[in-house]
Design a protein around this ligand. Structure first.
Ligand code: PLP
Length: 395
């Protein structure tokens, strides 16, 4: 066997020539990329030539997804993809801080973000304060000379309160603190965070952007080039970069994102009003409703797009909640959101189970409290499912 023969056994057969090109992004699982010469590789590392080297450092499938979200968000530099939304949150909270710094977070952040703020940052010598992001004066009072950043979500989970993003961005500019917006719930379809003064934008692509509950992925981008670079280097160093296949799947899901968002959002509006008309429903929370405590702010910030999440409360205990979940035929009772199918979640037994019943009551989350992530079902059929489920629970 000659040297060349042996080589041919372990190298892929070159791709056949084609004058035409694929209409779908090819999947590039290659871990390494070969350059022609040391000079060329050197030029790539120097940034004089664009080229991939090792896929933890970057690969085409990640860049394609990042650029699509950059376009929607109006990001000034190419965003960084992470293997999950929590990867993106971690890149910001751990990659931009050091011992002695102070960080402020919204007091109703996503559960794991809250956990990182309350457990992991303090362990590393980074102090944290949780504050109501709808109360700018309270946030101002929490700022210290060593405060590095403020992390907020536009619409909180599951009580759907709306943060005072304009007030916070003015405060952040005034005090030189970075404003970080987790835009997962609202998405760039309803809210472009950079346009409203955010310094850094985070997404769990897992949710609405990818939209099919079959891939976990995160995104983070910063307005400032140096901060954006630091986020990328931290993500690469900690190995939080995503797999090409996950990026490829996410890109496929994102092609229909805008259609899905608009449909889910308009059905959510409809479902909120329907729930409000049902006997046995004590309270409906949806930012487009006039009875929502932050309605005016939601109208000003979300430009009529709101979100696909609706929360509601029925009279009743755990048995009634069980009856409602069982009665919601065809819907998944599952702790996620943004799927093509409507999902139902129950904070008292999932996201907020660690709290005492008293604390939950204080936050307005009784055993009868449910959160709905509205999907793409026929709106009439979906309303009928909720009519039956609420009847089953409150009969
Ligand atoms: C789900 C979620 C995250 C975390 O994203 P994963 O992809 O599940 O890691 C962060 N923030 C918000 C608002 C979320 O809903």
């Amino acid at each position: 066997m000659t040297k060349n023969d042996r080589g041919s056994l372990v190298r892929p057969t070159p791709l056949p020539d084609s004058a035409s090109h694929p209409v779908v992004t090819p999947l590039s699982p290659s871990v390494v990329y070969a350059s022609d010469t040391p000079d060329m590789l050197d030029a790539q590392y120097e940034g004089d030539l664009h080229g991939y080297t090792y896929s933890r450092e970057g690969h085409p499938n990640a860049d394609v997804v990042a650029k699509a979200i950059d376009r929607m968000e109006g990001a000034p530099h190419m965003g960084v993809l992470c293997s999950s939304g929590m990867g993106a949150v971690s890149a910001v909270l751990l990659g931009l801080t050091k011992a002695g710094d102070h960080v402020i977070g919204g007091n109703q952040l996503y559960g794991r973000s809250l956990r990182m703020m309350s457990e992991d940052l303090p362990r590393l010598g980074i102090e944290t304060s949780m504050v109501d992001p709808g109360d700018v004066e309270a946030v101002r009072a929490a700022i210290r000379p060593e405060t590095r950043l403020i992390l907020v979500e536009v619409v909180s989970n599951p009580t759907l309160r709306v943060a005072d993003i304009l007030g916070l961005s003015a405060l952040a500019r005034e005090t030189g603190v970075l404003l970080v917006v987790d835009n997962t719930f609202t998405t760039p379809r309803a809210f472009r965070a950079f346009d409203h003064g955010a310094d850094i934008v985070i997404h769990s692509i897992t949710k609405l952007l990818a939209g099919h509950s079959d891939v976990m992925l995160g995104y983070v981008a910063a307005r400032d080039q140096a901060i954006n670079d630091r986020l990328r280097v931290f993500t690469v160093t900690t190995g939080m970069t995503p797999s090409p296949f996950d990026c490829w799947l996410a890109e496929r899901g994102m092609l229909s994102f805008e259609l899905r968002y608009d449909r889910a959002q308009s059905t959510a509006m409809r479902l909120a009003d329907h729930l409000g008309s049902l006997q046995g429903v004590k309270r409906v929370i949806y930012p487009a409703r006039r009875d929502h405590p932050d309605h005016a702010r939601a109208e000003a910030l979300l430009k009529g797009q709101y979100c696909n999440m609706v929360s509601f409360e029925i009279d009743g205990d755990r048995a009634a909640a069980n009856a409602l979940a069982r009665g919601a035929e065809g819907l998944s009772f599952a702790p996620t959101l943004g799927d093509v199918g409507t999902t139902l979640s129950h904070p008292a037994s999932s996201s907020h189970r660690a709290l005492t019943a008293e604390k939950r009551a204080e936050l307005g989350m009784s055993e009868g409290f449910f959160r709905v992530s509205v999907g793409l079902e026929d709106p009439d059929a979906l309303c009928a499912v909720f009519t039956a489920a609420v009847q089953a629970a409150t009969a």
